[in-house]
Design a protein around this ligand. Sequence first.
Ligand code: SF4
Length: 479
Amino acid sequence: MLGRKERDQLELLITGSLRQLIPDDHVLVRVDRVLDLSWLRDEVADLYCLDDGRPGIDPEVAVRLMLAGLLNGIVHDRKLIREAHVNIAIRWFVGYGVHEQLPDHSSLTRIRQRWGADRFRKIFKRTVEACLHARIATGEIVHVDASLIRANVSWESLVERHVVEVLDENNVEVEKQNRQSSKSKKVCVTDPDATMATNARNRHLEPCYKQHAAVDDKAGVILDVEVTTGEKNEGEMLTPQVDEVKATTGVDIKTVTADAGYAYAKVYGALERRSIDALIPAKAEPIRSRVPMHRFRYDAKHDILKCPRGRVLRATRPVKHGRFFYSKAKDCACCPIRGDCLSKGRANKAVVVGDDYPALLRARRRRDRWSDQDRRLYQRHRWRSEGFHGEAKSWHGLGRAIRRGIANMRIQAYLTAAAINLKRLAAALFAPTARWLAPFTQSRSLHRRPTPTSGAACTNLQSHKEDPRTHFFNDPTFL
Ligand code: SF4
């Protein structure tokens, strides 16, 4: 028989809690089981007056609102609050009953401004520590990668920077080459922190920020995230990021993987000095001369360079990040290939060798000897590291900056990384197949959630008496 549903007899009152209306496999229910923000009130207490003024929003509520938005792919505050008014899962997650008035969207902006990016970084760091504590991250194998994030500016807001005219006006002397490169630079007047950058040579430049991320190999936990302006070279960020990861985990990193964008001598040298195996595919030397650099053999033992004819070039003048090596003019005078080897007008050969050039040579030789295990690990780099950037952009709104300024961009990146770490943690702790589940079924420390502010939103893992291992199976989007 064809059924009919009466739609005008909706209940006004319900018994029980909001939690009973939310499916167990809802992402907010999963994350709630592993989210502990009980430390946050003390952390931000110094930013508020203790005995005067209108009571502010509970810090935990503010962070839960922001996380709920990112976990549901809602990045704009207005849209988030509009959604929270009708979404019982968000209301329950932040601890508000169905009749309670939610905070105004502008309060979230004020909180971000008041707390600053560093407080949000601490929230992210806490999620990393929770993952380390749960042993779903070890910090021994780290995948590093960077990704551009489109700044929140329009094409109309881009202007050309008239540096040359300004410098001339102020009688400032600048090298000719620098003048030419800066002459055509575009800047965003609405967000000066963003700079023009592109992913590939055949794509046009866009105003961007750059997110640098270090991802753990074991379960894809994000160990560190930093945001810079778009034109920042990723090679400059790897070493400080590796040091930051080690400081966070307290574990010596064994291997770092990165793509060819990090294949610089100084990167290999820095990783060698830290006794870290660099799984970074070294680029072949660009051929710009008939007698290219790779035909000059560096002898590290005697600190000399030998040219293709076997003549010795000795180090003399130091330059930034390296030294000049010169041959003797009398050696080159009767050389049959001097026409191809020497620059026009020179009587001897001058070569600049970077400080970490030996490390680059070793990395090139190492690249030729990559084992099957190395190749497999480098494949994992693709889906661990690049997978994180794709997930953050596709599911959590990091494809484009929501607000302007690098501080706001950092907050967005930290919260997105924190949300993804919490997903990883929930999936790992409650997945029935997880190898690391056993030690944690006894632990209550990660299952804590604050006392709900609403009587309707009253649940936690223990009180609900549900089997947490039931609902996380066969969910490829979750881990
Ligand atoms: S020109 Fe001088 S440096 Fe170059 S190959 Fe001949 S001897 Fe060596």
